[in-house]
Write a protein that binds this ligand. Structure first.
Ligand code: MLT
Length: 409
């Protein structure tokens, strides 16, 4: 008799973005004339730049001739893409071997799968609020107790509260934990950890033989040269941190799908020697994954070329100008706004006593603007709301005008 993985029953709700999609659909059925402005999910909207399109076309053309056709590649990714990424880190003074870089079909699967190389009795700490994938996948893997609807917490997890008092960047936990998930620039709050913040986490992890899982998917949105774009800018991080990154937001690959993880050979945990976690992730990927699309990987090489980097930087600049317009527009309406300076997300305090979902409904019904309720990212997100700067400029302008004209505050 087969039995279900009962850990799924512990999950407190459906995945956040499909739930938002469901509510928009109902609104549109009831209000067919309304033009809805979507600033909810961080989904890219601008076309891929010419050099990247050329890289993708070249890969497609290669598939059309027997001499250049390729089938399966290495599960951990094509060598030239891993070499390009090693050079990309090298330009920032970070020395990585190409074999410490694993190509995947995006940061989300890596963020979900990485926990599988750690023991199921590890104690895990999360930023609160956080990208839901970290928490949910650890629930499914059996590391949590049950969900407490009163506190919004799962038993057995450690929550590192991010609020306006700590600038949405927490201190390391008081107690000893085994795994720590960090995301900077942060989704959802848009806060960016400074070197001093990351230094504290690296020191913490080294002293407890804990491992940091550092999600750097938004690192290319940092323009302040003093802010770290990789945890490996902090000395000693290669012993205690895995970094996950993505071409989705920085190069418009949300639909193309391409990401990578760095699992250094020097990484250790309480009961492993250097090299074992690296080998475990290689074993995991070669067992479960047949490699990212060869077309996408050629696109990735083009992104990392000189022209690709310049062109992608221009698109990032476009989104960050959107962020500025949203930030200033919201501030003019009197709302309190955080983030949106070195990150494509804006995090606003809901007005009055409105809950996050209450503000979602109000914004949708009054201004026809969709955002993401902060409570969907964890209990400390209650009373906050996220807007995404990914969108066409015209639509962002119309959304801000609609908020100004129609939102009753
Ligand atoms: C988000 O809106 O939080 C992200 O776009 C979702 C994702 O990257 O999976």
């Amino acid at each position: 008799m087969a039995r279900i993985n009962r850990e799924y029953r512990k999950l407190s709700a459906g995945y956040l973005f499909p739930e938002i999609g469901r509510r928009i659909k109902i609104f549109q059925q009831d209000n067919p004339q309304a033009r809805v402005h979507r600033l909810g999910i961080g989904n890219t909207t601008e076309p891929l730049p010419p050099s990247v399109i050329r890289g993708l076309h070249d890969a497609v053309n290669n598939l059309s001739a027997a001499e250049t056709y390729t089938g399966y590649g290495d599960e951990q990714g094509d060598q030239d893409l891993r070499e390009s990424l090693a050079r990309f880190y090298g330009k920032r003074g970070i020395k990585l071997d190409k074999d410490e870089i694993f190509i995947s079909d995006g940061a989300k699967p890596d963020a979900g799968n990485i926990q599988s190389i750690f023991s199921s009795d590890n104690l895990v700490a999360f930023q609160d609020p956080a990208y839901p994938v970290y928490v949910d996948t650890n629930v499914i893997a059996g590391r949590s107790g049950s969900f407490d609807s009163g506190t919004g917490n799962y038993g057995g997890f450690v929550y590192m509260t991010c609020n306006s008092e700590n600038g949405f960047i927490p201190e390391p936990p008081q107690e000893k934990v085994d795994l720590v998930y960090l995301c900077s620039p942060n989704n959802p709050t848009g806060a960016v950890a400074g070197r001093g913040n990351l230094r504290k986490f690296v020191d913490y992890a080294r002293s407890h033989r804990a491992v940091i899982i550092f999600d750097a998917a938004y690192s290319e949105f940092i323009s302040d040269p003093d802010l770290p774009r990789s945890i490996y800018e902090i000395e000693g991080a290669a012993e205690c941190a895995i970094e996950i990154n993505s071409f989705s937001k920085s190069a418009g690959f949300t639909g193309v799908r391409l990401g990578w993880s760095v699992v250094p050979r020097s990484l250790v945990c309480e009961d492993s020697e250097p090299g074992e976690l690296h080998r475990s992730w290689l074993r995991r990927q070669t067992t479960f994954f047949n490699g990212a699309s060869n077309i996408a990987q050629r696109g990735g090489v083009a992104v990392l070329g000189e022209q690709g980097r310049q062109e992608c930087a221009a698109v990032i600049g476009y989104y960050m100008e959107n962020a500025r317009l949203i930030r200033e527009g919201l501030q003019k309406t009197g709302l309190t706004v955080y983030g949106g300076i070195n990150a494509p997300y804006l995090w606003l305090k809901t007005p009055g006593e409105l809950s996050s979902w209450g503000f979602f409904d109000k914004l949708l019904h009054e201004a026809h603007v969709v955002g993401t309720p902060g409570s969907g990212f964890g209990p400390a997100g209650e009373g906050y709301f996220r807007l995404s700067a990914f969108g066409h400029r015209e639509d962002i302008g119309e959304a801000m005008k609609s908020i100004r004209d129609n939102l009753v505050l």
